[in-house]
Design a protein around this ligand. Structure first.
Ligand SMILES: Nc1ncnc2c1ncn2[C@@H]1O[C@H](COP(=O)(O)OP(=O)(O)OP(=O)(O)O)[C@@H](O)[C@H]1O
Ligand SMILES: [Mg+2]
Length: 254
């Protein structure tokens, strides 16, 4: 294992981020901070801008205005691979494993891409699979994996060589409630045991509220609420965003 990292003064922030696609603003003046060792939820209806925000934080999308700030310093226009080397990792909404490789190689190739030797990458890959209770998958072809295993492997791969921040875009999509709960436990452990700061995007709001220390709610490109579970549950703005303002006014029963 690498020497323990002092995460104390680390943080990853979006600061006043606006993203315009032509005349359409997918994000408007969004600010949010992820700190080590904690799970931060990001929820919001379809098209709210969640994936766009993750793309900005990981260098896949340049902001039109605003910036990404890592531990107090703007990251400028660093590209995804450079940001990954600074310790910002992500998963994708669709798994994106290399289907021609086995599971171990899917992880190892990330280590090699980060500049580690093949051997060190394989050792790290095996250590992580083991940590996630997925060592039995190591030699299986990635192509044939059941959906939930594919997701776990995707997360294990993103954890190669201990990123400081992990951004998870709908990791529980398509899972049963029991599988999602299992995944939620893993996500909590990544924060607690590995000290990672996590940004968790999920449509399964119950799952987000159950594991997050702090939750941000995006709607139509803007943060409309943030706070702990109780604040989110009590928020009229959040209810309106999910159910539609007219709907909640007209149909109290829902
Ligand atoms: N490259 C792009 N060009 C134009 N519009 C885009 C682009 N990427 C995203 N959008 C639009 O920006 C808005 C936000 O999209 P985004 O994918 O960030 O939403 P989301 O909250 O992740 O949605 P979902 O819950 O469906 O994953 C949507 O209206 C989408 O159509
Ligand atoms: Mg999305």
């Amino acid at each position: 294992m690498n020497a323990p990292v002092n995460h104390n003064d680390l943080s990853l922030s979006a600061s006043g981020v606006t993203v315009a696609f032509g005349g359409f603003k997918a994000l408007t003046d969004v600010s949010l901070t992820v700190t080590p060792g904690a799970v931060h939820g990001l929820i919001g209806p379809n098209g709210a801008g969640k994936t766009t925000l993750v793309n900005v934080l990981t260098g896949f999308q340049a902001p039109t205005e605003g910036q990404v700030v890592l531990s107090g310093k703007s990251v400028g226009d660093l590209k995804p691979h450079a940001l990954r080397r600074t310790g910002i990792a992500r998963t994708f909404q669709a798994g994106r494993l290399f289907t021609g490789l086995d599971v171990l190689d899917n992880l190892a190739i990330t280590g090699v891409g980060l500049g580690h030797s093949r051997r060190a990458s394989e050792v790290e890959a095996m250590r992580l699979l083991d940590w996630m209770g997925a060592a039995h998958l190591a030699e299986l072809p990635a192509a044939g994996l059941p959906y939930t295993d594919e997701r776990r492997v995707g997360i294990a791969r993103s954890l190669m060589f201990g990123p400081k921040f992990l951004l998870l875009d709908e990791p529980a999509a398509g899972m049963s409630e029991a599988e999602a709960e299992d995944l939620a436990k893993t996500i909590s452990l990544v924060a607690e045991e590995l000290g990672c700061g996590i940004l968790l995007i999920e449509h399964n709001v119950g799952l987000v509220l159950s594991v997050s220390h702090h939750v941000y709610v995006l709607d139509a490109g803007q943060i409309i609420e943030e706070g702990d579970r109780d604040i989110i549950l009590a928020s009229k703005a959040v209810r309106d965003a999910y159910l539609g303002a007219e709907h909640t006014e007209n149909e109290e029963s829902s």
